[in-house]
Design a protein around this ligand. Sequence first.
Ligand code: G3P
Ligand code: CA
Length: 277
Amino acid sequence: NGQSTLRPLTSDVAVIAHRGASAYGPEHTLAAYKQAITMKADYVEFDLQMTKDGQLIAMHDETLARTTNAKELYPDRAPWRVKDFTLDEIKRLDAGSWFNKAYPNQAKTAYIGEKVPTLEEAINFVKQHGNGKAGLYMETKAPNVYPGMEEKVIEILKKTNVLNDEKLFLESFSEESLRKLHNLAPNVKLIQLYTGKMMAGKDVYQEMKRITDYASGVGPSKELVLPKLMQAAHQNKLLVHPWTVNSRDDMVSLTSLGVDGQFTNYPDQFENLLDKP
Ligand code: G3P
Ligand code: CA
């Protein structure tokens, strides 16, 4: 039945709470980060965008439309791009009610009125509530839209005193953004993200070797994780953190292939599979 070929599910696979415990609470709110910590995730993941006045916030999309009530509060400001709003304007938004409507089975009244966190607030919250266990994992999203984003990320990491943390990763689909981060902070661990399209036509061995001058690991779409990629990455001492792994079967098979961590919206389910102390 294939079970005999499975590697034991050991505790050395990092559980990365994707946008917080985003299956259970509104993504990129302190409520979702709190749940990730309660579920004993090893890392909380933040996607980053930048406001009109140059503030970094935790948000996945380039627009406010999907995960806030921006359309109702600011009806004349389509398409509600983050870069066209000040932090003050964004702080007036409700970032929780959309979740209650979209996922009634997980809805909680406490989510109503959740705010969009700044990067600084998100870091401080995880450090304060994480009991030294929860790590930080953050993505420069759309860095081409936000000149100077990398400098601001490093500035905030210094200000919050986490730049030298062992449990810190920065990630991006943009090699250019990662190279800027590497130049600004050469000791910070960087993860090169890959979509299937980005890897198409590439020799995986050559690609893994090529990125070792700036990357500590790769974050491939889960479909890309084949034995050949695992071997190429590990031969080059690169970690492998696939995304986004939400089914039990995928959690088990990817762990068996030897990945070093997995992004998941269900950190509790992954924790339950692993033999953690
Ligand atoms: O960062 C890994 C994974 O989160 C990439 O996908 O779109 O959820 O940021 P996305
Ligand atoms: Ca991400």
